[in-house]
Design a protein around this ligand. Structure first.
Ligand code: MG
Length: 248
């Protein structure tokens, strides 16, 4: 069931989304060769709590940290730990915050120092595909129009689109209906109406759609072993077009 948000609910949801977005900026400030992913998670956790919110991911389905921190071939759900970031890595950070009864959810892939040209292209194209998806998120369109917009932007580059994980509605629960795949047919799926709030989140690899999950049951890697990127915003469908609630 798709839960629509009233104007006043949207106003409340903006705070959770702003804190989610700002916590990514906290991470960005820290990212450099040598820092561990656990240190980044701690700083994000502390920021979220200091801001009067709760980290949405901590304990969700048993996840043991406040942010998912995924390096290089890890697409999503990387568990923060002792890994020290290295020059040339790419690091995807996905984080949510909850306050006043609503969640925000967003992700960004950061370069660590100087990265390869192919990884630069991967980051650029993945972020562009997110914005193509957002542009398609207008009243009267369908979820499939968002999916198709993401897919059509990515495919010509030969990159892989992860299919096993998709975007989602977001609101009082972090994960609500509808699913928002990064592939699909224009004109298909649920119609977009005012008051829908969704997380659009392309997960793109340098090569191949397939992923594998580590024995920890979380760490999700590209099967090809090639690098992956992940960009996400929570947006609202409004009469004035899509509004990015997690804009930094
Ligand atoms: Mg999400």
């Amino acid at each position: 069931m798709i839960v629509l948000k009233t104007h006043s609910e949207l106003e409340r949801m903006k705070k959770a989304c702003r804190i989610s977005a700002e916590s990514l900026s906290v991470a960005e400030e820290l990212i450099r060769p040598g820092i561990t992913t656990r240190e980044i998670d701690r700083a994000m956790h502390d920021f979220i709590v200091r801001s009067g919110a709760k980290p949405s991911f901590l304990g969700l389905y048993g996840f043991p940290a406040s942010a998912c921190i995924s390096v290089n071939d890890v697409v999503i759900h990387g568990i923060p730990g002792d890994y020290h970031l290295q020059e040339g890595d790419i690091v995807s950070i996905d984080v949510g915050a909850c306050c006043d009864g609503f969640h925000g959810d967003n992700a960004y892939t950061f370069p660590v120092g100087q990265i390869s040209e192919e990884n630069q292209r991967l980051l650029r194209v993945t972020q562009e595909s997110l914005y193509k998806g957002i542009e398609a998120a207008v009243i009267g369109n369908r979820i499939g129009d968002i999916s198709f917009a993401v897919q059509s932007h990515v495919t010509p580059y030969g990159f892989g689109i992860v299919r096993q994980f998709v975007g989602h509605g977001v609101g009082k629960a972090l994960h609500e209906d509808p699913e928002v795949p990064n592939f699909g047919k224009a004109g298909h799926g649920p119609r977009l109406v005012e008051g829908m709030t969704i997380a659009i989140e392309p997960m793109i690899t340098l090569e191949g759609d397939a992923v594998t999950i580590d024995a920890d049951k979380w760490t999700t890697r590209s099967k090809s072993g090639k690098a992956a990127a992940h960009f996400e915003h929570t947006i609202a469908i409004t009469k004035d077009g899509p509004v990015i609630l997690t804009k930094r």
